[in-house]
Design a protein around this ligand. Structure first.
Ligand SMILES: [Zn+2]
Length: 359
């Protein structure tokens, strides 16, 4: 049966009637549709542009599709109806069109240097194998690859790029040659510079960004997914590492402390910013609303731009059409105007995924 929704449609800010027929949206009235929302503020389903449904709580790889389903449902119930999985040690292409789960944009496994990333998560390869591994992981995902651009180097006791600049640049080129986009994990100043100059499509975290690089990102259209929730955990990471690696610990704290200003500068310059929680492992799923509030309160994004970063703009970036004629039937309804008080995003009144009421 068709569903009918009436409310203030964002971002247009007009009271509209829309109908959901199967998995599609139409503005042409459908007789005898069931009205599931009348009043409130309607927007395209939220997106978590950086999370991991292949990594269980605690950090181990999941070992069944059901575990991935359970994690994805936690996001879904909070209004997240599209996910970009930024690296999964467990392949789950079977879930791409699962009627019960958010839309999925997937990277394959993280591609990391040997013994320099989270245990058991990435494919760990030396410089000579990086480009071939990128091509392989491009086939494992459905549009993205994920590179680990830096990590602690226990030899020098600080963050260091994963590979030399030529290898990292070739990795981005290999992704593009394979027809996919490349996302890169970076914390440090050095690695993010290499990767932005290499033309990577999205910078994950990006604590080491400088003003020069921000300008280059604007010119190139390079996206930033700041994962502010993740950066708040740097204090714990630093204190655990401090006895053995004091320089690394200090560096992580400095990156954390300057980060809200980095995101603010990127926002003010016009870098495309998207909401990503980095859920999976140490961070719980279902926290998109909290990341949205951090972007507003700590980095100064306007409420409308936060909503765009989580909803219509993010969906467009990932290739999931929003609430337009013939668009995908994913929406959330809030009882009050989230542009006036963003905290309302913590509690959607309605969540509809693929034309079916979730809540
Ligand atoms: Zn991540």
């Amino acid at each position: 049966m068709a569903l009918h929704v009436r409310g203030v449609l964002l971002p247009d800010d007009e009271v509209r009637n829309l109908w959901l027929v199967g998995d599609r949206v139409t503005f042409d009235p459908v007789p005898d549709a069931e009205t599931i929302a009348d009043g409130g503020y309607v927007l395209p389903g939220l997106t978590d542009a950086h999370c991991h449904i292949g990594i269980a709580r605690g950090g181990a790889p999941i070992d069944s599709l059901d575990q991935a389903r359970e994690l994805a449902r936690t996001d879904r119930d909070a209004g997240v109806l599209a996910i970009r999985d930024a690296g999964s040690p467990y392949p789950y292409p079977e879930l791409d069109d699962d009627p019960d789960l958010p839309r999925l944009a997937r990277a394959g496994r993280h591609i990391a240097p040997p013994k320099r990333y989270l245990r058991d998560i990435g494919v760990e390869v030396g410089a000579a194998e990086v480009a071939a591994t990128v091509a392989e992981q491009a086939r494992a995902g459905n549009g993205w690859v994920k590179l680990v651009g830096d990590w602690i180097d226990r030899g020098t006791g600080d963050l260091a790029p994963a590979w030399d600049a030529a290898t990292m640049t070739a990795a981005v080129q290999a992704a593009h040659a394979a027809g996919v986009r490349a996302a890169v994990h970076t914390f440090s100043e050095t690695a993010v510079e290499i990767m932005v100059r290499a033309g990577v499509d999205s910078v994950e975290h990006g604590t080491g960004l400088s003003l020069d690089l921000i300008d280059l990102m604007v010119r190139q259209g390079t996206a930033l997914v700041p994962t502010m929730i993740n950066i708040q955990t740097f204090g714990g990471i630093a204190e655990q590492a401090r006895a053995k690696f004091p320089g690394y610990a200090d560096h992580m704290l400095a990156l954390r402390d300057r980060f809200p200003d980095v995101v603010r500068a990127a926002y003010e310059a016009g870098v495309p910013i998207y909401v990503g929680t980095d859920a999976g492992g140490g961070i719980d799923h279902g926290l998109a609303a909290e990341e949205m509030l951090l972007l507003h309160e700590r980095a100064g994004l306007s409420t409308v731009d936060v909503l765009a970063a989580a909803s219509w703009r993010a969906r467009e970036w990932l290739g999931f059409p929003g609430l337009v004629e013939g668009g995908l039937a994913d929406l959330v309804v809030y009882p009050e105007d989230p542009r006036r008080d963003l905290r309302v995003v913590r509690a959607p009144a309605r969540v509809v995924l693929r034309g079916r009421v979730v809540r």
